[in-house]
Design a protein around this ligand. Structure first.
Ligand SMILES: NC(=O)c1ccc[n+]([C@@H]2O[C@H](COP(=O)([O-])OP(=O)(O)OC[C@H]3O[C@@H](n4cnc5c(N)ncnc54)[C@H](OP(=O)(O)O)[C@@H]3O)[C@@H](O)[C@H]2O)c1
Length: 270
């Protein structure tokens, strides 16, 4: 049997995308909605997430978008976000744990608070959202199963000087993905992960000072920085029925970086 393009789609699905006021999360939400999924998005600021929802809701061909203020580090806020999603969209089929961040500092210069903030955001935020949304997926007898997609980084796959807190939290997300893919297989919930290389986003401009005014096009294979769409399209594939036999995997999405083979090399850090 040949593959049908509908198998790569997400039409009619209900998706949560965390950290979607800008950058990769915003493009993932827009991509899934353009594919016909209803999406619930969050960030720490209602004012920042509302315009994204308005843009999606203006498109009559796109799915509906619900915007909620939710800090993924706060368990009660995550519970309220998932509850609102179930109420408004009818359930959760897809969870994209995108919210994340970092600051650049040598290991010796990271304070206990700074370490905790990054691990809390990247790892504990993923834990809270996955546990709460996973329960909603399992309680939905009419729509059994689900998909979780976690956001790691190439810096979770190898040494990342001056990003030890970030690198440790993103490495942990890869092991969490693998473990949960086994634990939740009985519930028909697939758990996969994406590890982006350097992608041009507002976060990268703020944190790393990289702000390309002239982005090479996506069809340039060699030595370029990534577009947010490069990640969103892989996320859509992993969320779709076409990826039915993909479970517990981490997809590295990095093209060929401009210097060497890692994000840190691209930044001149190694
Ligand atoms: N860009 C890259 O090169 C790259 C490479 C590898 C991996 N990644 C990963 O990809 C993900 C997105 O990266 P990005 O570059 O698009 O980031 P970004 O531009 O900094 O955007 C981060 C998003 O997360 C939200 N956010 C931050 N803290 C949050 C919290 N506690 N609760 C809820 N939302 C929160 C932000 O919204 P508010 O500020 O409005 O709360 C924003 O929408 C992250 O997990 C990042 O680690 C990025």
């Amino acid at each position: 049997m040949s593959l049908h393009s509908a198998e790569f789609g997400v039409e009619g699905k209900r998706a949560i995308v965390t950290g979607a006021s800008q950058g990769i999360g915003r493009t993932i939400a827009e991509t899934l909605a353009a594919g016909g999924a209803d999406v619930a998005i969050c960030s720490r600021s209602q004012d920042r997430v509302d315009p994204v929802a308005e843009g999606i809701n203006e498109d009559p061909d796109a799915g509906d978008c619900l915007a909620v203020e939710c800090n993924v580090r706060e368990r009660e806020e995550v519970e309220a976000f998932v509850e609102a999603t179930v109420e408004e969209l009818g359930g959760v089929d897809i969870l994209v744990n995108n919210a994340g961040g970092e600051f650049v500092a040598a290991f010796d210069d990271i304070s206990p608070n700074g370490w905790e903030a990054i691990v809390d955001l990247n790892l504990h935020g993923t834990f809270h959202c996955t546990q709460v949304a996973g329960q909603a997926m399992r309680e939905d007898d009419e729509h059994p199963g689900g998909v979780v997609i976690n956001m790691s980084s190439v810096n979770g796959q190898h040494a990342a000087p001056n990003e030890s807190h970030y690198s440790a939290s993103k490495a942990a997300i890869i092991r969490l993905t693998e473990t949960l893919s086994v634990e939740w297989a009985d519930h028909s919930i697939r758990v996969n992960c994406v590890a982006p290389g350097l992608i041009q986003t507002p976060g990268v401009a703020d944190t790393l000072g990289i702000d390309e005014s002239d982005m090479p096009p996506r069809d340039q294979v060699d030595r370029r920085i990534g577009h947010t769409e490069d990640i969103a399209d892989v996320v859509q594939f992993l969320a779709s029925p076409a990826a039915a036999f993909v479970n517990g995997e981490t997809y590295t999405v990095k093209g060929v970086p401009r210097a060497g083979n890692s994000m840190s090399a691209d930044l001149g850090l190694q």
